[in-house]
Design a protein around this ligand. Structure first.
Ligand code: TMP
Length: 213
């Protein structure tokens, strides 16, 4: 997409992707790169309202397909109103979760046919994809206990069964293997600083390669 660069962070609950995406944003900004940090579901006011319905309340409050449709409505708003315009200006866009989360959570987790999710993707954002995706890979139980310890109103997904979280975790690994040119799998059990340096090294290398093209 134009001259910008689109980086996404993915992973299960409590894997540290929000912390790491913030670190990357701060570092790239301090190095003089024009960068924004955003998130899904959310990122623009309409999508943030949809987020509240998705992440708060009882775990059974939505059927999986309704959840998926809401996620895509939020994503369409976010991509059209924020992500694409920023990329067109040459900005580095860092997004905490994106389309791969729908494949992992609604597809592998809830069992919605992956083909249906792909169809919704083409209907809304078409071939639009991140340039680089980090998967922060952490043991499921460890991640859930980290996530539930936080003072957090957004526990609707955390409250789903352990088996759901195990399925989506395996799903993420599968997605990363199927898209190996775009994905970097990061061992999220390492120290925060090791992870930060690992991610920064990969990003700076990609940005250098892009400049040389
Ligand atoms: P967060 O906790 O990483 O901010 O994400 C909010 C929740 O939304 C998280 O529990 C995962 C869920 N989610 C999906 O189920 N599918 C999606 O496509 C996205 C973007 C998020």
């Amino acid at each position: 997409m134009a001259n910008g660069f689109f980086i996404t962070f993915e992973g299960g609950e409590g894997c540290g992707k929000s912390t790491q995406s913030r670190f990357l944003f701060d570092e790239l900004t301090s190095q003089g790169y024009n960068t924004i940090l955003t998130r899904e579901p959310g990122g623009v006011s309409s999508a943030e309202k949809i987020r509240e319905i998705l992440v708060q309340g009882n775990k059974d409050s939505l059927l999986p397909m309704s959840e998926l449709l809401l996620l895509f409505a939020a994503r369409y708003e976010h991509v059209e109103k924020k992500i694409k315009p920023e990329l067109n200006k040459g900005t580095i866009v860092i997004c905490d979760r994106f389309f791969d989360s729908s494949i992992a959570y609604q597809g592998y987790g809830h069992g919605i046919e992956l083909k249906k999710i792909e169809q919704l993707k083409f209907l809304t954002i078409d071939f639009f994809e991140p340039d680089l995706t980090f998967l922060l890979n952490l043991d499921v139980s460890e991640g859930l206990s980290r996530s539930k310890k936080r003072d957090n109103k957004e526990l609707r997904f955390e409250n789903m069964d352990l088996s759901f979280h195990k399925k989506l975790h395996n799903g993420f690994i599968q997605i990363a293997k199927n898209n190996s040119e775009r994905f970097s799998i990061i061992d999220a059990s390492k120290s925060i600083n090791q992870i930060k340096q690992n991610i920064l090294g990969i990003v700076l290398n990609k940005l250098k390669l892009k400049k040389e093209l």
